[in-house]
Structures are given as C-alpha cells and as structure tokens.
Design a protein around this ligand. Structure first.
Ligand SMILES: [Zn+2]
Length: 156
C-alpha cells in the first residue's frame, strides 16, 4: 500500500516503461521516418502528465493528496467546460467524479480492468473532436494506463 509519495515516484519512474508502447505507436505510424517522429516529441510532456495522473487517480476514492490533485484538475476542467458552454460534458464529468468518490476504497478504482477503462476518454475524445481516426490519443492513453498500472503495482 503506497501513499502519495510512493505513487508519485512510481508515476515518474514508470513513465520509462510507458515509452515502450509510445515508441511502438510512433514506429507503427511513422516507421523509421525520424523527422516525423521528432515532430511528435511535443507529445511526450503531455504523455508524462497522463502517466503521472494515471498513477495518482486510483486513490481518488479516499481522502488523500492524490484526491486533492485529481479534484483540483477536474474542477479547473469543469469550469473551463462551463465557460466554453459545454454544460452537458461538464455535468457528466461532475457526476462521474462524485460517483467515484462514493465508492468504497480500493474497490472499482483499484481493479485491473479499470486501469484500461478510466483512461479511455484520452483515446475517444480526440476522435470525437477531430473526426480524424489517425490523430487519436494512443500515446496519451498508453501513458495513462501504464501510470495507472504503476499504482496497482505499488498497492499490490
Ligand atoms: Zn491506491
């Protein structure tokens, strides 16, 4: 069982592991075209954030520093969506985070299947927004899943 520091450390360290599926994705998309791959390097800091937040997310079901971090981000995201008049999406995100906070600790958020389910919006939302199947958020999704798995590993 890990606390905030242990999960933070795991989120940072496991980003090294996340580089494997991210690298595989870039290879799948661009082959050995190094120039195209270098053009995608701006995604790596975003991937790191996804991995780190993935490592913190499972403890959103208990009063913790991780919960405060995730809630703060969701609050900023929700306010942004409201300002941009995306009321329905903001409401659903609010409902989602409330439901998760009502669940018992180390239940739903600490399941292996949830590690692949919770980050799914990172994969689906870019497709819905761009309607371009080729610009999907695979690297973000992969990074978040690896981060999430790091949390489950630390808590094992
Ligand atoms: Zn945990």
């Amino acid at each position: 069982m890990g606390g905030f520091k242990a999960h933070s450390r795991a989120g940072v360290l496991w980003f090294g592991l996340a580089l494997i599926p991210i690298g595989a994705w870039y290879y799948y998309r661009f082959g050995t075209d190094l120039n195209s791959i270098l053009h995608q390097m701006w995604q790596l800091p975003v991937c790191f954030i996804c991995c780190y937040l993935g490592a913190l997310f499972p403890d959103v079901d208990i009063t913790s520093t991780s919960q405060k971090v995730i809630y703060s981000i969701v609050l900023v995201l929700d306010i942004t969506l409201i300002v941009l008049h995306y009321y329905e999406i903001a409401a659903w995100i609010g409902v989602g985070i409330l439901v998760i906070s009502l669940l018992k600790h180390r239940g739903f958020t600490h399941r292996l299947s949830t590690a692949f389910l919770i980050p799914l919006p990172l994969l689906v939302v870019p497709i819905l927004l761009t309607e371009n199947i080729h610009e999907i958020g695979v690297p973000y999704y992969a990074a978040a899943v690896v981060g999430y798995l790091s949390h489950l590993w630390v808590d094992r």
